[in-house]
Design a binder for this molecule. Structure first.
Ligand code: GLC
Ligand code: GLC
Length: 653
């Protein structure tokens, strides 16, 4: 058969042959019709991607046939309620652009501590207005260090310490009833070395050895390493790990126990598609594509953001369109801003983290200046109307100083020196810094590093509480509200990182745990206890410690801003334009939606009062304008606008 069909063969001919060989007898009549309809609609796309990647292999069509079987099984296993949801979302696909959307990411064990316990947390999430809950990887993974669950041993099994798959499904249903979408991780760049595929490989099974990148000696790894970036130089140099048992070098971009999957093997694509559909069929609204930049390796390149990585993701997306069209992809590309954008598209990832905004908000806090933020956002904020940013200020990982060196150079900022400064500043080594961060992944060869720490500690709350500095405490709180306020208003889904909504400080306990000590990201993986949530929901009281008081001020401030957000359609689908201001400490943008509504946001990044020219209000068309945050009115275009330290305005006509 392979011989008879060359790759130029029309995809229709191929589709006919494949469908003629596909047994649909296990599907109901309705499902068979649905499956056939969707395959007909999307096969052209799938064929295109698949043959571009695998067409040179003699057995490409055999694997394509197998893939169709995997998709058929996916449809068979999709529950009727989810199929209903598919139809709903196909009719209104842009739910993720609504003004009511707010996300939160959390580790089950740091919040539950089990899946069952999370049910009792739902009222707390609702009090904040959360509509999207990302549970950090909760799959079975190695005991001890599992990279916070990002080393997956079994995608179909929940880590027993957290619960069971059926508990996860019932949580998904309970959340859905309350209007909260479940978001899960799709960790598909690598598996743990305890995944059964890895175990087969370890046992010498050639078929499964081909699931990974294994090398008998250093020749090829050395060639690759010329151009590879080291991700965790603090745990191991290079990107390969020698496995004593197999006497082979294994490609391990991240930790040594995380084996990179070999996507040049179509069997891997098919097998992972099966796992992906399993996750989709649990009932999640989005899958977070972990480390997606790394999935394709090409000699002589940094093996990040390769053209075929994009094709693979598009092919996965097409598979979802056939089986589970309600599910969208969220890109986790923490790479150069020009590369981040390339993952965003209706046919690739509908959602994407916005690491550039995140990093540059921190930059503006440190420098009290907004030029780099303004210029960078003017260049990179605008994306397809059918997609949306996921805007965040902290997450479970470190902060890397991702920005475009060309823009920095244009502004007279030396990128390398500036990154050095930011690291010094946020690790508190820079004199006068307010931040208590921890350096991460220091590279002994080039001195690079990244920064860890909680929102509150990086904003100065830890230091200010230590020295009982009232002004410092107030500044820290205002910094946090400013950072989040921008993510709530600039356009996209804001994503809160659990424990930051309560301004929790760095947790240094990880230093006592041998399985965590070497990975400083644990300093910002912080438990939220029942006591914490009770405090947040309690009536105001005068019996609070300074820390509790700060925590409540942040929580209530966020709650208030989020309520304003969900009650004003301008925060939903609308276009954002980043404005120039005449004050280097201020950042401003205007949004406009199809109904002609407008919002002008102006933010002050300094601890001094600032003034900007009132003609910026012209961006709204006419005055007076009302500040949604305070209810105050600004009247006259000719009068200068004053901004208190860290103040932000959300001005509407
Ligand atoms: C992603 C995760 C990070 C993890 C890495 C490897 O970047 O966010 O926590 O270490 O992938 O899975
Ligand atoms: C690197 C990767 C990013 C990952 C991080 C984990 O920055 O680019 O994907 O989240 O390492 O520390």
């Amino acid at each position: 058969m392979e011989q008879a069909m060359n790759y130029a063969a029309d995809s229709n001919v191929c589709l006919d042959r494949i469908m003629a060989n596909t047994d649909l007898s296990m599907l109901t009549k309705k499902d068979a019709a649905l499956f056939t309809r969707r395959v007909n609609a999307h096969f052209g796309d799938l064929f295109d991607k698949y043959t571009t990647i695998y067409g040179h292999q003699f057995d490409c069509y055999f694997h394509l046939q197998q893939l169709i079987n995997v998709l058929r099984d996916g449809v068979k296993n999709r529950k009727p309620a989810l199929k209903k949801l598919d139809n709903l979302r196909l009719k209104s696909p842009n739910w993720y652009k609504d003004e009511n959307q707010v996300g939160m990411a959390l580790y089950v064990d740091l919040a539950g501590p089990t899946l069952k316990d999370l049910h009792t947390r739902i009222p707390y999430y609702k009090a904040l207005g959360i509509t999207y809950l990302h549970l950090m990887p909760l799959y079975d993974s190695p005991k001890g260090d599992s990279d916070g669950g990002y080393a997956v041993s079994d995608y179909r099994k929940v880590n027993p310490s957290l619960g069971t798959m059926s508990e996860l499904e019932s949580l998904a249903t309970a959340l859905q009833k309350e209007g909260i979408n479940l978001v899960l991780d799709f960790v598909f760049n690598h598996t743990s070395d305890e995944h059964h595929w890895a175990k087969e490989a370890l046992a010498g099974n050639k078929q499964f050895q081909n699931y990974y990148y294994l090398f008998n000696d250093r020749t090829v790894p050395d060639q690759f390493e010329h151009t590879l970036r080291e991700i965790f130089p603090q745990v191991r140099r290079g990107s390969f790990t020698f496995n004593e048992h197999m006497q082979k070098w294994v490609w391990t971009t991240f930790n040594s126990f995380q084996w990179d999957l070999n996507y040049s093997n179509p069997e891997v694509f098919n097998a992972i598609t099966g796992e992906m559909l399993f996750l989709a069929n649990i009932g999640c609204a989005a899958l977070r594509l972990d480390a997606l930049a790394f999935i394709w390796k090409e000699m002589g390149t940094d093996c990040e953001n390769q053209e075929k990585a994009h094709l693979l993701i598009q092919a996965f997306n097409t598979c979802l369109q056939i089986v589970a069209p309600a599910v969208v992809f969220k890109s986790e590309a923490i790479v150069h801003p020009d590369e981040v954008i390339k993952y965003i598209g209706k046919n690739e990832c509908q959602l994407s983290y916005n690491p550039l905004l995140m990093a540059l908000l921190w930059n503006s806090l440190a420098t009290r200046k907004t030029r780099l933020l303004t210029r960078s956002m003017q260049k990179s904020f605008s994306i397809s109307d059918e997609c949306t940013w996921v805007n965040y200020v902290r997450c479970h990982d470190d902060i890397g100083w991702t920005f475009d060196d060309n823009i920095a150079n244009e502004l007279g900022i030396n990128p390398q020196d500036h990154r050095f400064f930011l690291n010094q500043f946020f690790t508190g080594r820079f004199e006068g810094s307010f931040a208590n961060g921890v350096p991460f992944a220091e590279n002994p060869s080039n001195g690079d590093c990244r920064v860890c720490g909680s929102l509150a500690s990086l904003c100065g709350l830890e230091g200010a509480l230590d020295t009982n500095d009232q002004q410092g405490i107030e500044d820290a709180i205002n910094r946090m509200l400013l950072m989040y306020g921008i993510t709530f208003s600039i356009g996209g889904i804001p994503l809160l990182y659990s424990s930051d909504e309560l301004a929790k400080l760095n947790d240094y306990d990880y230093l006592n745990d041998p399985s965590k000590r070497h990975d400083d990201r644990w300093v910002n993986r912080i438990a939220v206890t029942q006591e914490d949530t009770e405090l947040a929901l309690s009536e105001p009281s005068s019996q609070l410690t300074a820390e509790q008081d700060a925590s409540l001020q942040v929580f209530r401030g966020l709650q208030n801003m989020l309520a304003i957000r969900r009650n004003n359609p301008i925060f939903g689908a609308s276009r954002t334009t980043i404005l120039d201001t005449d004050n280097q400490h201020c950042f401003a943008y205007v949004r406009e939606n199809d109904s002609g509504e407008k919002l002008l946001a102006i933010c002050n990044f300094s601890e001094e009062t600032q003034q900007i020219n009132g003609n910026l209000l012209g961006a709204l068309g006419h005055t007076p304008s009302i500040d949604l945050l305070t209810g105050n009115t600004l009247n006259d275009n000719n009068t200068a606008i004053l901004l208190a330290p860290f103040q932000q305005y959300w001005l509407k006509q």
